[in-house]
Design a protein around this ligand. Structure first.
Ligand SMILES: [Zn+2]
Ligand SMILES: [Zn+2]
Ligand SMILES: [Zn+2]
Length: 323
């Protein structure tokens, strides 16, 4: 259809003053499609347009549908599952995105090149954004995000107007909104909110993965601490056994001291019982020979030595005198 887009935009804005922007939508090849996106500043005007389902501009009728911005779907580059990043992946094995088989080390895998999607078994790669399963996931996620957003606030949003008139509407892609608009940065408040939500979610993801890392660090610390504790316990056990051994050594030493004491006592007995009396007798005999005529001592020096020696032996015997 031939239509002056600027003129059409102006007419629309005149009809509905709360329309702020009229944006021509494009397909993935950046070609214009028969849809425009209307950005409004008033939630009520948006709801009115959506309820009317139709808008008349210059005697032509255009269909109106709610615009739901498609959200980015995460596909893990490790396991090809939907909804998480590689960093958050809990899978052990890597999945080949071509043939969907899993391997410990994907580098060792020689792919059969038989393309099979992990999600739908279709003949496309597992990270193909147009896989029906991925598309359904994206649509569900978009709806969820929309619900969250609607619960937060009912602010103005954008709607899509089908700029083909009724006669040509059968040519319009029925799959809207899932494939109609490529994801593009927008100044639309709803898009901004969705973006904020998505970035919020990815921040949550990031925080969670940081928490995971911290938790891993803590677990590592606990493992090291446990090992340390075990080592300390072993050292304490070693010390205890050394202590026990020392106790035993002390006991052995005590026994030896006792033995020595007994030996000393028995030696003492030998001295006291046999040697001392014998020595005393010998000394007494020498003493008698040291007396000359008239009872005089021949050698006084020898006598004093003998006396001193006998006294010492008497002291050693515990005061018992041999005299
Ligand atoms: Zn994964
Ligand atoms: Zn493969
Ligand atoms: Zn698929």
């Amino acid at each position: 259809m031939h239509l002056d887009f600027d003129e059409f935009s102006l007419d629309l804005k005149n009809l509905y003053p709360s329309i702020q922007n009229v944006i021509r939508m494009k397909n993935k090849f950046s070609n214009d499609i028969k849809m425009v996106k209307l950005e409004l500043t008033c939630a009520k005007a948006r709801d009115d347009l959506l309820n009317n389902k139709l808008v008349y501009v210059n005697y032509s009728c255009y269909e109106i549908e709610e615009y739901i911005a498609p959200v980015n779907v995460l596909i893990c580059s490790k396991c090809c599952s939907i909804g998480h990043f590689r960093r958050q992946c809990a899978e052990q094995d890597e999945t080949c995105k071509s043939c969907r088989q899993s391997f410990k080390d994907l580098k060792m895998h020689h792919c059969s090149s038989i393309i099979k999607c992990k999600h739908c078994n279709g003949d496309h790669l597992s990270n193909f954004m147009k896989c029906p399963v991925v598309k359904t996931f994206r649509a569900d996620l978009t709806k969820k995000l929309m619900n969250i957003n609607n619960n937060v606030t009912s602010y103005s949003s954008s709607i899509a107007a089908n700029i083909a008139n009724n006669n040509t509407s059968q040519h319009i892609n029925n799959d809207f909104p899932r494939t109609a608009a490529p994801w593009a940065p927008s100044s639309n408040p709803m898009d901004l909110k969705l973006n904020t939500l998505i970035s919020g979610l990815s921040q949550v993801n990031e925080t969670l993965s940081k928490l995971c890392v911290t938790n891993q660090g803590f677990q590592q610390f606990m493992i090291e601490k446990n090992e340390n504790d075990k080592r300390i316990n072993n050292e304490i056990d070693d010390l205890k056994s050394i202590n026990n051994k020392m106790d035993q050594d002390v006991m052995v030493l005590n026994e030896k001291v006792n033995d020595l004491d007994k030996l000393m006592k028995s030696n003492d007995g030998i001295f006291k019982q046999f040697l001392f009396p014998m020595l005393d007798d010998i000394l007494k005999f020498i003493d008698t020979k040291n007396v000359g005529r008239g009872g005089k001592t021949v050698d006084p020096d020898l006598k004093s030595k003998i006396d001193r020696f006998r006294n010492q032996m008497s002291d050693a015997m515990g005061g018992k005198s041999f005299i």
